[in-house]
Write a protein that binds this ligand. Structure first.
Ligand code: FAD
Ligand code: FES
Length: 272
């Protein structure tokens, strides 16, 4: 649905990363983990296109005055990379923005047995918090969070408060293990001997590595893609990703905004 949201807060949580909370209609309280929103970052002409962002959290704002109506809200966690996100970072509480939400197909929570292993890289952690909130109700959940430096490891305290066991790895060694977070994932998978489900979101290289690990071990794995999107509703086909059977002779594409952004990793084409 399309609606005008009022910003409740917009805070820099790590250098270059912001967390925005905004009002939402009560229908958005039913948003599923992994669904996303399309945000019109300004009322002006430029930038014209909406920008896609994962839903970080949903909840209910309790106003200070007793007796006042509770206000459902949506949250997003975003990284400033260009014009649109730079404009978002200038917005303040009580500013208005136009949203389309909730969109797309989210994560399938799967069966309760086995551990749930969540793998997130940088701002790829954004749609994984709401997922963790749901998964902890039924299973043991571990988070493997990776980034280039400690500034890219976001909201770990929030995950820990849910009861999620968190592992961190940074490429420069400034937080957690020095190296790639997939190393810690591999160690845990060895201990579990395959009884696990993986959920991942992050840079394409990380998703590719996780998808290959899951395929080699026959472990169910869902990935959330964060490519480019123009419309977010299946009209422009600007977001397509190659499906498992894709080749120049037999094109096979998935529309990320309507069939995803979450896919079983085996549905997509990856590099070996
Ligand atoms: C389903 C989905 C969910 C997403 N969720 C989040 C989220 O929760 N938090 C978040 O911070 N970002 C998320 N993104 C990415 C986000 O949409 C882009 O970062 C944003 O649109 C950039 O807008 P901009 O105007 O600031 O950058 P632009 O000015 O459009 O681009 C600036 C630079 O960033 C690059 N860029 C733009 N978009 C992307 C992209 N999708 N992937 C890689 N590089 C890009 C451009 O090539 C350019 O170099 C998501 C994307 C998708 C498709
Ligand atoms: S963004 Fe237009 S079809 Fe997906």
């Amino acid at each position: 649905m399309q609606f005008t949201a009022m910003i409740l807060s917009n805070v820099e949580v790590s250098p270059g990363y912001w967390r925005m909370r905004m009002t939402a209609p009560s229908e958005c309280a039913a948003a599923r983990p992994g669904q996303f929103m399309m945000v019109r970052v300004t009322g002006a002409i430029d930038p014209l296109l909406r920008r896609p962002f994962g839903i970080f959290d949903v909840g209910c704002h309790i106003p200070a005055q007793s007796g006042a109506v509770r206000q459902p809200y949506l949250e997003m966690l975003y990284r400033v990379v260009g014009k649109g996100t730079a404009l978002l970072a200038t917005l303040h509480a009580s500013d208005l923005i136009d949203l389309l939400a909730p969109l797309g197909k989210g994560f399938d929570l799967g069966e309760a047995d086995g551990e749930k292993l969540i793998v997130g890289g940088g701002v790829g952690l954004a749609p994984l918090y709401l997922l963790a909130k749901e998964l902890v109700k039924q299973s043991k959940v571990r988070l493997f969070a990776g980034g280039r430096t400690r500034d890219d490891i976001l909201c770990i305290t929030e995950f820990e408060r849910l009861g999620v066991e968190c592992y961190t790895a940074t490429e420069d060694g400034s937080l957690g293990e020095c190296g790639l977070v997939t190393e810690a994932l591999l160690r845990r998978l060895d201990q579990l001997q395959g009884k696990a489900t993986i959920y991942a979101c992050g840079p394409h290289g990380m998703l590719n590595a996780v998808a290959v690990i899951a395929a080699e071990r026959g472990i169910p794995c869902q990935v959330s893609l964060e490519g480019y999107m123009a419309c977010g509703v299946g009209a422009c086909l600007g977001c397509v990703a190659p499906g498992r059977g894709h080749s120049p002779e037999t094109p096979d594409f998935r529309c990320v905004c309507t069939e995803g952004p979450v896919f079983e990793s085996g549905e997509l084409k990856w590099r070996d």
